[in-house]
Design a protein around this ligand. Structure first.
Ligand code: ADP
Ligand code: 5GP
Length: 205
């Protein structure tokens, strides 16, 4: 079956505000589904299994990976994360637009995958100092985790030029408007319906 939905990829260094931005934009733009990844990371307080992530053991993750069930997967900050290929393909075939919140390694894998076409957006913090302030302010990660995430942020930022769009999350409101504009513009490409199908003009008789 032809793929009719649009795949959007969002990546950012941890703490840049991707989750906050995404929630804002998904509440404003209708018809976007969030792809729930599988992860071996432990749930943070408030996170729900099946909503934020499918929380699985390392053994379960490896079994899925070995069966080829991931569209992409990567080890990020010491845990495994992966996107279910069957879940994403099913939604795309049904004409559903999907947002993947994945890291730069996963985005690079999808960019090379000829079976899917994605629009990619990199969310950057205004400065690394502000990133650190946000990571600490979030209050969900240990000192060790924060240090690892800050260390990784430097090379993650270097991947930004490979993305289709760059959104700097300084003012949350402005960044949300820009991300919203990107999604709406991409949906309007080639005079498509929100499902991705081309609009066929019927001649009046
Ligand atoms: P990510 O999903 O990228 O790891 P979060 O969405 O959890 O990041 O945001 C990290 C922290 O930064 C949160 O406490 C959030 O409220 C805050 N935050 C997000 N965007 C902004 C912004 N534009 N200005 C100030 N603080 C922000
Ligand atoms: P967090 O643990 O803060 O929720 O996410 C850490 C990082 O893992 C983020 O950069 C996030 O985008 C990334 N991530 C979440 N799900 C996936 C996934 O399915 N695949 C990949 N490659 N990265 C993911």
């Amino acid at each position: 079956m032809a793929v009719k939905g649009q795949l959007f990829i969002l990546s950012a260094p941890s703490g840049a505000g991707k989750t906050t931005l995404l929630k804002k934009v998904m509440a404003r733009v209708p018809g976007l589904a969030f792809s729930v990844s599988h992860t071996t990371r432990s749930p943070r307080s408030g996170e729900k299994n099946g909503v934020d992530y499918h929380f699985v053991s390392v053994q379960e993750f490896q079994a899925m990976r070995d069966q080829g069930l991931f569209l992409e997967w990567a080890e990020v900050h010491g845990n495994f994360y992966g996107t279910s290929r069957p879940a994403v393909m099913k939604q795309l075939e049904q004409g559903q637009d999907i947002i993947l919140d994945i890291d730069v390694q996963g985005a690079a894998i999808i960019a090379k995958d000829k079976t899917v076409a994605a629009v990619s957006v990199f969310i950057a913090p205004p400065t690394l100092l502000e990133l650190e302030r946000r990571l600490r302010g979030r209050g969900t990660d240990s000192q060790e985790t924060i240090e690892l995430r800050l260390k990784n942020a430097a090379w993650e930022m270097a991947a930004a030029p490979a993305y289709d769009y760059l959104v700097i999350n300084d003012s949350l409101e402005e960044a949300a408007s820009t991300l919203q504009a990107v999604i709406i513009a991409e949906r309007s490409r080639g005079h498509r319906l929100p499902t991705g199908e081309p609009i066929v003009l019927v001649k009046k008789t």
